[in-house]
Design a protein around this ligand. Structure first.
Ligand SMILES: [Zn+2]
Ligand SMILES: [Zn+2]
Length: 416
């Protein structure tokens, strides 16, 4: 392995047995301001990538000592490497091969012989793509239509995360906000394939599910994940709301291919990201999901009570809060329950929700860069949330973190 350094703070690793090509590409990229490292065999490539922690991997698919596609797959399934974009240099152009490569974790292809102008554009295109978060619903407890709710939005919780180079959808919770997401997806005309992670099965997080139109399209495929619940497995919990008494469309009418999973706490690898959860301080088993995409970490926690109510006997503070701090520490983005302000919270202790002030303090303590407050109380109109937003601006001025109230329909690009 050889490493060289430059000013952009973006590391590109080339895995390629042709040393001359490595040198040419390396000197080109260094002139462009990238850090560059190369490794010249299949053997040891994974270990090298773990050490170098690249932002992009450029590689060949043919090595004298191993198969490059196999290497891509190993990286995709590796918790430290999953999500790092892989650009393959190739002289071949067979659609079937490309299809297999894309499903093995390859992000894109570049055709040899090298045209360095086009090559620079391709690298900009891949690295320029950042992770994007879309808020489809930010309301807690129940959807709130009406003119007092047009600015922040009245739909209940639903979040989408877009991962560069990944076609498979990543959706969290299916409150009423998921309906608009479904409509947008159908309008795109693309085949729909993805995962929906539920934090828990309170109505405001599942009630949009029967209105998510991609579920009625035969070519769609979704994996549905939920932490274990007391009464019934993931499928039962979710589809019971579609029983005949409650809903005219029965679950037999869902035409998409659906697979149901009971999510465990342990970190799991999926397409371009890993996810793990800790249990929230909330009435039923509720997940606080931590999603890791390359070097970025996003924590999604729409229902959780951060309280100082339960100080343990050793006087060492609340064990839940200690665990929470450890879990969220250094996250790039925290999306957290902020149903109340401090005053309102005092009347609603042990209801399973937090005061926004405590969320911001906790985020600061844990070195979190970007905080989005969500799951607003149905009684929090635009006017009230605007007042909170002003107080929040005052509060974060000196804290050196970015915190804002999530708004339905807004997008946030996680900075590189
Ligand atoms: Zn909720
Ligand atoms: Zn809840």
């Amino acid at each position: 392995m050889a490493v060289s350094g430059s000013e952009k703070d973006i590391m590109i690793l080339m895995i390629e047995d042709d040393l001359t090509l490595c040198e040419l590409v390396g000197s080109f990229l260094e002139k462009k301001g990238y850090d560059f490292a190369h490794h010249n065999s299949y053997e040891g490539a994974i270990e090298c990538a773990r050490r170098v922690k690249p932002d992009l991997i450029i590689m060949d698919l043919h090595f004298p000592d191993g198969n490059g596609l196999h290497l891509c797959k190993l990286m995709k399934d590796d918790k430290d490497l999953t999500g790092i974009p892989i650009l393959v240099l190739t002289t071949r152009d067979y659609p079937v091969e490309k299809e297999i490569a894309l499903s093995s974790g390859v992000t894109d292809f570049f055709h040899k012989p090298m045209d360095y102008g086009l090559f620079a554009d391709k690298i900009d295109e891949i690295l320029g793509d950042s992770i994007e978060i879309i808020f489809w619903g930010v309301r807690g407890s129940t959807p709130c239509p009406g003119e007092e709710y047009t600015k922040y939005g009245g739909n209940s919780t639903c979040l989408q995360i877009l991962i560069p180079g990944q076609k498979k959808l990543l959706i969290l919770d299916a409150g009423s906000g998921i309906r608009a997401l479904g409509n947008e997806l159908l309008a795109s005309g693309k085949p729909l394939n993805g995962r929906i992670f539920f934090t828990h099965a309170h109505w405001d997080h599942i009630q949009g599910f029967p209105f998510f139109k991609p579920l009625y399209v035969p070519d769609s495929r979704f994996d549905i994940h939920m932490p274990p619940q007391m009464e019934g497995n993931t499928k039962e919990v979710l589809l019971d709301q579609m029983s005949y008494t409650y809903f005219p469309v029965t679950s037999q009418m869902l035409q998409a291919k659906l697979e149901y999973h009971v999510q465990s706490h342990a970190q799991q690898q999926y397409e371009g990201y890993s996810i793990q959860y800790m249990s929230a301080n909330h009435p039923v088993e509720t997940a606080i999901y931590k999603i890791t995409i390359g070097k970025k970490t996003i924590v999604f926690c729409p229902d959780n009570e951060l309280s100082m109510a339960n100080v343990d006997s050793n006087g060492e503070g609340d064990p839940f809060l200690r665990q929470f701090d450890e879990f969220v520490k250094d996250a790039d983005v925290l999306i957290h329950d902020a149903q109340y302000d401090r005053e309102e919270y005092e009347k609603k202790r042990n209801w399973g929700h937090s005061a926004w002030e405590v969320v911001v303090e906790t985020a600061k303590k844990n070195n979190i860069r970007h905080v989005f407050l969500t799951h607003f109380d149905p009684d929090s109109t635009d006017e009230k949330l605007d007042q909170i937003s002003e107080k929040l601006k005052e509060m974060v001025k000196d804290l050196g973190i970015h915190a804002e109230l999530a708004k339905e329909g807004s997008h946030f690009k996680v900075p590189a």
